[in-house]
Design a binder for this molecule. Structure first.
Ligand code: AMP
Ligand code: ZN
Length: 477
């Protein structure tokens, strides 16, 4: 399948032509959510970015095995407490109930954004034996050591066979200890060694038997175990948000190189952050918006509900490697852009087409199509692609003026747009409004009429009942 796809590889800091390791199959691993709370819009932006990559690789004809894991163990608070266990205590549920609850909620939300299911969605706690096997191997090779029932990766020994930190370009001297993956500095030989296995404290809820102690694996190890199990020693793409580049991904590389002797992924792809008020959206800070809050209008940052399709379109108007700040003005601009897009497609549908082919127009459409795919081939440049799609308005204008478009050209034009918007960008342009949205609009217009006629019983009743459904109305007057 000839194509000219170039991908920015974080490992080499350059755009490289994409060629899979094995014929027409592609193995892609993306770090999934930690399921101790609801995913916020920032997390969704990252998963939508990888959805575009998945869709485009499939469009190119590749057989893609897309593995996106669920992290339900090993992700620690700064004080060493497991995030899921902590939430289990707060919500008075079993840790596995917490993990299941937020896995379900993640899947529901991501579906609303029209994100395709991965091929495999492995769960960290289901792969403890695989993680123990890797640790045993690393100990045998002198790349890990035990200490008081815990096991640590030995960075200075690793540096004899490869350089730790080459993905992020961190210099060891400057590396500060990583509080996310360990709780106690004292057990380690060097401050930058990281935990592969942690002995559990007495009250720790999620623990497993191992040759070293009853405990749990370090967070970095699960991704090495699951990517290796499902994609092999070497695979094509590893992805995640840019905040995972260090230490998580550098640790993954070290573990995998130590275990297999091979570099695990050929391409590393990192997505940039969604910000709110120019600060990284984050689960732990009070600086996040949950998707459902945005869809229902029930949040303190936005005055009305927004459709997931519009939010997806808004995300795609920025390149995945650029930071993006979310604000009501920006989303409203996307909403207007989306309406323009739908109008444009209506104009094509309304073109009067004859049975006679028009080769000149056909070539112009094909030229435009080529430009569109050039954008995707340039590191999945969706904002450029959307600009190019809007550019087709000039063609439409010309066709409207001359009225000489043939059925063949019209069909081809619509098919290309449908492929780009529906199949690759995952935007249901003909479904910009769900039935619920349309019903809501009818209700709101009935309520506006009632308010004009000063029928406040009716208008208040509509407001209160919508409120009960989580839909908040902000009356500006
Ligand atoms: P977590 O559940 O925290 O492990 O995050 C799941 C994914 O979301 C990871 O790939 C993170 O890098 C990514 N992520 C976290 N915060 C943001 C953000 N503000 N914008 C974009 N992606 C994010
Ligand atoms: Zn990971």
């Amino acid at each position: 399948m000839p194509h000219n796809l170039h991908i920015y590889n974080s490992l080499t800091s350059s755009k490289e032509k994409f060629k899979p390791l094995r014929n027409n199959t592609v193995g892609m691993y993306v770090c999934g959510p930690t399921v101790y709370s609801n995913v916020h819009l920032g997390n969704c932006r990252t998963f939508i970015s990888f959805d575009i990559i998945f869709r485009y690789l499939k469009y190119l004809g590749y057989n893609v095995r897309y593995v996106r894991n669920i992290t339900d163990v090993g992700h620690l608070e700064d004080n060493g407490e497991d995030k899921i266990s902590k939430k289990a205590k707060v919500e008075q549920l079993e840790p596995m109930e917490i993990a299941q609850k937020y896995t379900n909620s993640f899947r529901n939300v991501i579906k609303k954004f029209n994100v395709l299911n991965p091929s495999i969605e492995p769960i960290a706690s289901g792969h403890i034996t695989e993680q123990i096997t890797i640790i045993e191997d690393l100990i045998k090779k002198g790349l890990a050591y035990t200490s008081n029932g815990s096991v640590y990766f030995d960075i200075s020994n690793y540096n004899q066979i490869d350089t730790y930190g080459k993905l992020s370009g961190r210099n060891l001297d400057k590396i500060k200890s990583n509080s996310r993956s360990l709780s106690s500095q004292d057990d380690k030989k060097n401050e930058f060694d990281f935990a592969l296995w942690k002995k559990a404290e007495k009250n720790h809820l999620m623990k497993w038997k191992s040759p070293w102690s009853e405990g749990f694996p370090g967070w970095h190890l699960e991704c090495t175990a699951m990517s290796n199990k499902y994609l092999g020693d070497e695979f094509d793409i590893h992805g995640g948000g840019i905040d995972l580049k260090f230490p998580h991904h550098d640790c993954e590389i070290a573990q995998a190189v130590g275990y297999t002797g091979k570099q695990p992924a050929k391409f590393w792809i990192h997505t940039n952050m969604l910000t709110l008020n120019n600060k990284k959206m984050s689960k732990s800070l009070d600086n996040n918006i949950l998707p459902d809050e945005l869809f229902s209008g029930n949040n303190k940052f936005f005055s009305k509900p927004y459709n997931p399709n519009i939010i997806r379109f808004f995300f795609l108007q920025a390149h995945y490697r650029n930071e993006l700040d979310i604000s009501e003005n920006a989303i409203q601009a996307s909403e207007k852009g989306f309406e323009k897009l739908v109008e444009m497609i209506d104009r094509i549908n309304n073109l009067k087409a004859s049975k006679n082919n028009n080769d000149d127009f056909f070539n112009q459409i094909k030229e435009w199509e080529k430009n569109c795919f050039n954008c995707l081939n340039d590191d999945f440049n969706t904002p450029m692609l959307i600009a190019e799609i809007f550019n087709s308005s000039k063609l439409i204008h010309q066709f409207e003026k001359t009225g000489a478009i043939g059925l063949r050209e019209k069909d081809y034009f619509l098919t290309v747009l449908e492929t780009l918007l529906n199949d690759i960008l995952g935007i249901n342009y003909n479904k910009s409004k769900s039935d619920n949205d349309s019903i809501l609009e009818i209700l709101l217009s009935i309520r506006d009429n009632a308010r004009e006629k000063k029928d406040f019983d009716l208008s208040d009743s509509i407001r209160d009942q919508l409120n009960k459904l989580g839909i908040k109305l902000n009356d500006k007057n």
